[in-house]
Design a protein around this ligand. Structure first.
Ligand code: FE2
Length: 345
């Protein structure tokens, strides 16, 4: 569908290079920023095990680059402890952990702030996040940032895909951008309403936003008059495919990356700047791929992630549709937009 409508001249979206000011601030603190191609950056020499956080100037610089390039990979020669990983997670955004997940029995110390994931159910929760999404979309504020600490990378690989949602929006044809700006999604679990296009609070990039495993409805603000309508099943199916396609297209067009973890990597993402999904390899069984264990952390949002067009932050997705006919589906993974793919939150 995208191939038919994508304007070739818009195919290469622009990702900002590292800001020289940020690079200098980090270097003055003894660290180094190295860009990844085409998005993200590595951080060397900033010790996550330090009891005292970096200076506010350094934290601001790192947070700015997370917003501009989507995510930062903190490199370390030694294993990072769960406590250090969690403490560093709260350097960003809302500055405190916001944990809403189940706790797997193998979680160190039963720490409720660690979401432990694995391709072996004895070691962590399997199968999480196979489709493009942002973490915590069931919250009114979502999470500002999320951390991914690879405790044990699988020998044969199994990484995470990240796509820059500002560049993905830029890659849409103008007519589709106009349509997407009039849309809002309703979370299937909570009924929370979020904008399908928003201006990123730090980078100011106009960014596209949808959860492909937890959306119960999409509301269109009609162009003429003040009314709203729900997308019907065929329209919502097409929309989800369009979103999936435009993020996947970033892998070839310079705004998405298939990141493969190295030992000790701690990634922190700006959860309003990049969408992510597990690679298919990440969910292959441990006997085949090698054992993979990851800890995820989630950080409280800074502001409510409010829909536009005067819509409320919350609708009763479990009640009858307030907008007449169209998809209005509560619970679980929400609307199933493709029968042939795994969906799990
Ligand atoms: Fe996720």
């Amino acid at each position: 569908m995208i191939d038919e409508t994508l304007d070739p001249e818009r195919e290469t979206a622009k990702i900002s290079p590292l800001d020289p000011g940020s690079v200098e601030v980090v270097e003055n603190a003894g660290g180094k920023l190295v860009p990844l191609d085409p998005i993200g950056a590595e951080v060397h020499g900033i010790d996550l095990s330090s009891e005292s956080p970096p200076s506010p100037e350094v934290v601001d610089a790192l947070e700015r680059e997370m917003a501009r390039r989507g995510f930062l990979v903190f490199k370390s020669d030694t294993q990072v402890s769960p406590e250090d990983f969690l403490r560093a997670s709260a350097w960003w955004g809302g500055k405190e952990l916001h944990s809403t997940h189940g706790v797997h029995p193998a979680t160190p110390g039963g720490n409720k702030h660690i979401f432990r994931l694995s391709n072996d159910p004895r070691h962590g929760i399997p199968g999480v996040g196979p489709q493009w999404h942002n973490d915590g979309s069931f919250n009114t504020d979502t999470f500002s940032h999320a951390g991914y600490h690879i405790v044990r990378p699988a020998e044969k690989g199994g990484g995470t895909y990240f796509a820059h949602q500002g560049a993905a929006f830029d890659a849409l044809p103008a007519a589709r951008q106009e349509f997407w700006r009039r849309l809002s999604s309703v979370n299937s679990a909570s009924g929370v309403v979020h904008p399908a296009v928003h201006e990123h609070p730090v980078s100011r990039c106009e960014s596209i936003w949808l959860h492909l495993g937890m959306t119960g409805a999409v509301i269109e603000k009609l162009r003429d008059g003040d009314g709203f309508r729900l997308l019907n099943a065929e329209e919502l199916k097409q929309l989800c495919h369009e979103y999936n396609d435009i993020l996947d297209a970033g892998l070839n067009n310079g705004y998405a990356i298939a990141y493969e973890y190295r030992a000790h990597d701690c990634i922190f993402i700006d959860n309003l700047a990049v969408a992510h999904r597990a690679s298919a390899e990440a969910h292959l069984p441990a006997e085949q791929q090698g054992l993979r264990i990851m800890h995820r952390s989630t950080v409280r949002g800074v502001d409510e992630f409010r829909p536009h067009h005067g819509l409320p932050l919350h609708l009763d997705i479990r009640g009858p549709s307030p907008l007449g006919a169209g998809v209005w589906q509560a619970g679980g993974i929400g609307f199933r937009w493709d029968d042939g793919i795994p969906m799990q939150n």
